[in-house]
Design a protein around this ligand. Structure first.
Ligand SMILES: Nc1ncnc2c1ncn2[C@@H]1O[C@H](COP(=O)(O)OP(=O)(O)OP(=O)(O)O)[C@@H](O)[C@H]1O
Ligand SMILES: [Mg+2]
Length: 298
């Protein structure tokens, strides 16, 4: 392991390859990045690389800065030091090529907008403030037809056909998540950024969605960065994990990051990683994240 004080490296970042030159250009590259919110340091010295076709999970306790890190990548939160390059440009410039699913709460039961219309919002670029005006849709029927085909395709892809025409407030938490994932996917993004997309899904659905995301990574060469709380249901599908804690980060293959030694060093206090009888990883002894992190302020 080497690197800056807050950044542990357990693995050469990126898929295993004989030649570094053969690797595709990174979709996301952060070097020594620090971010502050409300006068407090959230994290420092974060260095990571996500390449096209990679499925990367972002893990860490509540308040560690996972959502903030995603917002730095999207250019929604500024970084105070370091460099951030996303799809070959500074953060924020290429957001139209990014599918983003923010961390969220469930829709109210009386929300009447249909699931299919929620998915369509992604097509209109609504999230990034560039909706396609109704008039231009009417003037360009071929474009509109293509959009309709893509809408049907992506709803089918996430398996939401049975409930997409129901009001979203009447869909279960898991059904809502699938529809929101379809929204993030509809414009064929080069990069998918998903903030806890599995949080209201049961374990089989978590595995199902993870398999789907892995398939999208592999077949469409999309890079995926996904925040998750429980790594176990997604472990078989992941290429890499980033573990964020105490203002620092460690990145590498899951078997190398989620170990007693690595997490003890990251947390600065003894942490054990155990395997239960079912082979599930259990992390024991990690302290709660403080409201702001100790260490050098940047
Ligand atoms: N706008 C803000 N102003 C000040 N502090 C903030 C702001 N937003 C978040 N924070 C703080 O920054 C830290 C990181 O928050 P963040 O939401 O990134 O954590 P997280 O890892 O995503 O947590 P969770 O698992 O609960 O979603 C927390 O201590 C939080 O209280
Ligand atoms: Mg969060």
């Amino acid at each position: 392991m080497s690197g800056n004080p807050g950044q542990l490296r357990v693995d050469a970042v990126g898929p295993v390859s004989d030649s570094a030159a053969a690797l595709p250009a990174p979709a996301v590259e952060l070097t020594d990045v620090a971010a502050r919110l409300g006068g407090h340091r959230v994290f420092s010295y974060v260095t990571l690389t996500v390449r096209p076709g990679e499925f990367v999970a972002l893990l860490g306790p509540n308040g560690a800065g996972k959502s903030t890190l995603l917002k730095v990548i999207l250019g929604l939160v500024g970084h105070t030091t370091g460099t951030v390059t996303v799809l070959g440009a500074p953060a924020g410039r290429r957001n139209r090529a990014i599918g983003y699913l923010p961390q969220r709460h469930a829709f109210d039961a009386d929300t009447r907008i249909r699931g299919i219309d929620i998915v369509r919002l992604g097509l209109d670029g609504h999230r990034w403030g560039t909706p396609v005006p109704l008039l231009s849709r009417l003037l360009r029927p071929a474009h509109h037809r293509q959009a309709g085909q893509r809408l049907a395709e992506v709803i089918d892809l996430v398996g939401a056909g049975a409930y997409a025409r129901r009001p979203i407030g009447q869909c279960s938490g898991g059904e809502q998540q699938r529809l929101l994932i379809a929204q993030a996917l509809i414009r064929r993004p080069e990069l998918l950024i998903l903030d806890e997309p599995l949080d209201s899904l049961d374990v089989p659905s978590q595995a199902g969605i993870s398999a789907l995301i892995q398939d999208i990574c592999r077949t469409q060469r999309v890079a995926v960065l996904m925040v998750a709380h429980d790594v176990n249901p997604i472990l078989p599908y992941l290429d890499q994990v980033i573990y964020l804690a105490r203002g620092g980060a460690v990145m590498g293959r899951p078997a190398e990051v989620i170990t007693s030694d690595t997490l003890t060093t990251l947390y600065g206090t003894p942490v054990d990683v155990l395997r239960d009888r079912a082979g599930r990883l259990v992390v024991v002894g990690q302290p709660d994240a403080p409201a702001h992190h100790p260490g050098p302020s940047r």
